[in-house]
Design a protein around this ligand. Structure first.
Ligand code: NAP
Length: 251
């Protein structure tokens, strides 16, 4: 296995922190970014190999450019880019503000576009690169009360497909992983918000989210990371939106 320079966005908790840990355990150099510097440092401190802890807001183009430049100065170009940072605004479409709409597109679609655009020239120059976007089943099916999130995740899958088609001859693969409900702080946050809106018991809400997966449980972050590992290992898998949802969306 060749050690690679990896950059994981949204690496301070949940799925991103597990992906960072797995890449590090596999022997890669891992740069981590997210806004919260303390949480990011805690994750980086647990990694077994070389790491760079680079706090940044992925919606700030200058900050993201600085993250890439810092990795390049320390190790060389980013070779494995995992675009995981994301969040969801949950409310009925009729109540969604313009700011919320644009905020979701900025975070879940435009930020991945800018990071890909920044990473691609060095990847194509070296004839090797891996880009993996953590999308969602909301990138494949319509989800109620998640219109902007759903639109942004459908959009990022389109972006991934276009990039994969464009880069197919260059040694760079581009894929997306589409999880169902994963056991992370984001899902905990959803449980809290639904409880506040409906007055329902948190345990009952969590069980309902577990039952959205036919396997009757939440997906684990490690199960999402398994597919990221596959996308990093394979030169033949590209342009795919791989669903990890216990069988809910059969596509
Ligand atoms: N949890 C699920 O059920 C689920 C299902 C399908 C898809 N996903 C997708 O999987 C990805 C990770 O989700 P998760 O469940 O692990 O979420 P999470 O536990 O809330 O973690 C989100 C990560 O993204 C970072 N982040 C958020 N906004 C950011 C910004 N503007 N700039 C930089 N970093 C930012 C957070 O750190 P800071 O807040 O410190 O910036 C954190 O590290 C997201 O793209 C999400 O849409 C999640």
């Amino acid at each position: 296995m060749t050690p690679r320079n990896c950059l994981v966005t949204g690496a301070s908790r949940g799925i991103g922190s597990v992906i960072a840990g797995r890449l590090s355990a596999a022997g890669h150099r891992v740069a981590l970014t997210a806004r919260g510097a303390d949480q990011l440092a805690e994750v980086a401190a647990k990694l077994s190999g070389p790491s760079l802890c680079l706090p940044a807001d992925v919606t700030d183009p200058a900050a993201v450019d600085n993250v890439f430049s810092t990795v390049e100065d320390a190790w060389g170009p980013v070779e494995v880019l995992v675009l995981n940072a994301g969040a969801a605004v949950a409310k009925p479409m009729a109540k969604l503000t313009d700011d919320e709409w644009y905020g979701q597109l900025e975070l879940n679609l435009t930020a991945p576009f800018r990071a890909m655009r920044r990473a691609i020239p060095a990847m194509t120059r070296s004839n090797w690169g891996r880009i993996v976007v953590i999308a969602s089943i909301a990138g494949k099916i319509g989800e109620p009360n998640l219109s902007a999130y759903t639109a942004s995740k459908h959009g990022v899958i389109g972006l991934m497909r276009a990039a994969a088609a464009e880069l197919a001859k260059t040694g760079v693969t581009v894929n997306a992983v589409c999880p169902g409900y994963v056991d992370t702080p984001m899902t905990d946050g959803w449980v809290g918000k639904i409880a506040a809106r409906t007055g329902k018991d948190r345990a009952e809400i969590r069980t309902a989210l577990e039952h959205k997966q036919p396997i009757r449980r939440l997906i684990t972050a490690d199960e999402v990371a398994d597919v990221v590992d596959l996308c990093v290992a394979s030169a033949a898998i590209t342009g795919q939106a791989i669903t990890v949802d216990g069988g809910a969306v059969q596509s």
